[in-house]
Design a protein around this ligand. Sequence first.
Ligand code: GLC
Length: 550
Amino acid sequence: MRWWQKTVVYECYPRSFLDTRGQGTGTIEGIRQKLDYLSSLGTGAIWITPVYVSPMVDNGYDIADYCAIDPLFGTMEDMDKLISDARDRGIRIVMDLVFNHTSDQHPWFLESRKNRENPRSNWYIWRDAKVDGSAPTNWRGIFGGSAWTWCEERGQYYLHTFAKEQPDLNWEEPEVRKALYQCAKFWVDKGIGGFRIDAITYIKKPEVFLDGTPDAEDGLVSVHNMTANTPGILDFLHEFREHTVMGTDLFTVGEANGVSAEELPEWVGEDGGFDMLFEFSHVNLEFKKNEIWTRPDPWTITELKEALRNSQNHTRDAWYPVFFENHDKPRCVDHFFSDKANRTAAAKAIGTILYTMRGTPFLYQGQELGMNRVHWDNIEMYNDISSLGQYELALKEGKNKEEALAAVHRFSRDNARVPMPWNSEKNAGFTEGVPWLKTHEDAEQLCVQQQLNDPDSVLSWYRTLAELRRSHTSLAESSYEEVLAEDEDILGYLREIGEEQILVLVNLSEKEKTYKFDEPGYTILLESCKKHSPGILHPLEAVVLCLKMR
Ligand code: GLC
């Protein structure tokens, strides 16, 4: 087994993690100061969302220099120190590669936009206007509005899957690919542990650009449905792998919205482009076709079970990154459960699956505290660019301001981006200055300091889960077999290797459930409610049992 299959990856959103300079935004040094804390959660790798030089239109996902650190986060020396201090503790740093697009302030784009003759003229996706002067197609960018922006200097439109400040690179141009691989190599040489590769499903564009059938009142169609996962993309990914990480011990995990569980075998493993791929069906149940926040689809726990089953089944010969949260998604306690659910129990239920399912757990900052969404009463309090776009779209669709804000409350990416609450002091111990985003209203109860002193807290549960992974190292290698598959609400599975059989049962519903499972006798490794009674699971109860061999 490879090192990254046996460990936990912690996703850090640095801007909101810990500010060591009193400026209101987190720093790289802040991450370094919390390495011991991260270690106590079983962390063997930290994925840091982008800290490169950036105008920060999309909080760093708009990169203006792939090989330099933005002063907001610190310096390259801070980064080198983090990489080496983390390594001393057996933790590797994972960088976020944003290769579908750059910032519109990247020198490559500044050159490309000048005219049609310059050496980088073909590095981005340029097209002429339609005869009436309008955009080449009716595609809507993921953050709202047309996916095309007119460039006066060049007299053409350029394509941006995301914001207009994030022009898409032209991967068909070999020089572009070469330049990107060189940037990746720069980080490989620094001794990092891997890459998370952003928005990768969009790098290959269709040969012909066609209008699509509008899917909302703005007359546009989501660019995702027109370009994601275009055939031929895998050739690019194999080439990327060959020129960057092949022959090293780094791992790669791709962000692949739009790739289905059934398609995973092509994408991951020895012959695929990546070691792991974030497949989103279990966290996109409410947006099966389109991510329009005012129009979520209904979904059930049974569908959640099915989605998890599918991704497990299709990665049997490969590897799966288990995750329920990230910096783009609602907090899991809100996402999967009702407002009435016991938040602590809900967070422990998801945490149990995260740490015991087959695959590498990806734990997102604050998930270990059971954080939930925030309640802000004004759209101006939100920073997230997609929240602003969705709000506008809702108004265009005829929703009133309250309805538009309700959708933002529910799905805003800022729910996951509020500052990390460390203690009950000023600004929850996140900063001495003015935090860039308001701290959570329940920071005092949620904070690390408070939870460390409470053996029943979500944080204590995560530390126990980390201990379980340490004391049962074979868990990582064990086989995975679902049990109680026909039950609507209980997720059950057996992890088995050699003489060891571990049974995990999680009641994902908010009601008490009975079940029949022929347990030959067991010892309890973990129980999230006070006392586990065989055959019964309390609402949201999670148990991990070590079965006695017959
Ligand atoms: C990915 C990132 C997201 C970002 C987008 C554009 O989905 O996770 O935060 O906004 O790509 O780079």
